[in-house]
Ligand binder design. Structure first.
Ligand code: GRF
Length: 207
C-alpha cells in the first residue's frame, strides 16, 4: 500500500510534504505547481526545480524564487545525488526530456510521476500531441502515470480526454492540452500526497 505520506507526516511532524519538479523545456507545468504551492492550494513544499539544461523553466523558477538544480554530467549520477540530498516525498516530471535510469526508478518507485500529453498507451514518446493530430484521432487527452523503467509505460493514475473539433489546428489542440494539464496536474499531485492509494499490477486504486 502506498500514499502513506499524510499519516506518516501527521504522526511525525507538521511539516508539509516535499516535492521536486524535473523539467527541460518551457516549464508551464512547473510554474502552475510552483504557484499552487506558493498560494497554499497545493499543500506541499516545492523544494527545487531540477533541470538538465538551460531552459524556460529556469527563468520561471528564478522569478518565483524557487531553487534551481542544474544537473552536471554524468546527469544520472548527479540526479541521484540531488534526489538523495533533497529526499523529496514525490518527484514530479514535467517535460523532463530524459529517460530516468532503471536504478533510480527502482529506488524511488512509486514516488516518481510523469505527465504525458496523449491518452496512453497511444502515442508515447516525443511530440505526442502532433503524433495524435497527424494520425487524425478524434479524441486525445492527457495521462498522469507513475514512472517505471519503460518510456511512458508506468501504471496510470489519471486520464482525461479532449474531443478534437472540426477546424482545430495543431496549435489549438496544443493549447487545449496544456490547459487541461495545468488544471489537472497539481490536483493529482495533491491527491498522491494526501490520499491513500494502492497499486495492484497496472491498476492504481484509491483506498
Ligand atoms: C507537457 O505537454 C507534458 O505533458 C510533456 O511535456 C510538456 C511540458 O510542457 N511531458 P511545459 O514545459 O510544462 O510547458
Amino acid at each position: 500500500m502506498h500514499g502513506l505520506f499524510r499519516s506518516e507526516l501527521s504522526s511525525v511532524s507538521k511539516e508539509l510534504p516535499t516535492i521536486v519538479v524535473l523539467a527541460s523545456g518551457n516549464g508551464s507545468n512547473f510554474q502552475v505547481l510552483a504557484e499552487k504551492s506558493i498560494s497554499g492550494e497545493l499543500r506541499a513544499n516545492l523544494k527545487a526545480l531540477i533541470v538538465d539544461r538551460p531552459c524556460g523553466a529556469v527563468e520561471r523558477a528564478k522569478k518565483l524564487g524557487i531553487e534551481v538544480e542544474m544537473l552536471s554530467k554524468p546527469w544520472h549520477e548527479d540526479l541521484e545525488r540531488v534526489l538523495d540530498t533533497l529526499k523529496p516525498d514525490l518527484i514530479v516530471l514535467a517535460g523532463f526530456m530524459k529517460i530516468i535510469p532503471e536504478r533510480i526508478v527502482n529506488k524511488y518507485f512509486p514516488r516518481i510521476v510523469n505527465i504525458h500529453p496523449s491518452l496512453l498507451p497511444a502515442f508515447p514518446g516525443k511530440d505526442a500531441i502532433k503524433q495524435a493530430f497527424d494520425y487524425g484521432v478524434k479524441v486525445t487527452g492527457i495521462t498522469i502515470h507513475f514512472v517505471d523503467a519503460g518510456v511512458d509505460t508506468g501504471p496510470i493514475i489519471f486520464q482525461k480526454a479532449i474531443e478534437i473539433e472540426e477546424g482545430w489546428d495543431l496549435e489549438t489542440l496544443e493549447s487545449k492540452i496544456h490547459e487541461l494539464e495545468h488544471e489537472s496536474y497539481w490536483k493529482v499531485v495533491s491527491n498522491l500526497l494526501y490520499k491513500a492509494y494502492k497499486i495492484e499490477g497496472r491498476k492504481v486504486r484509491s483506498c
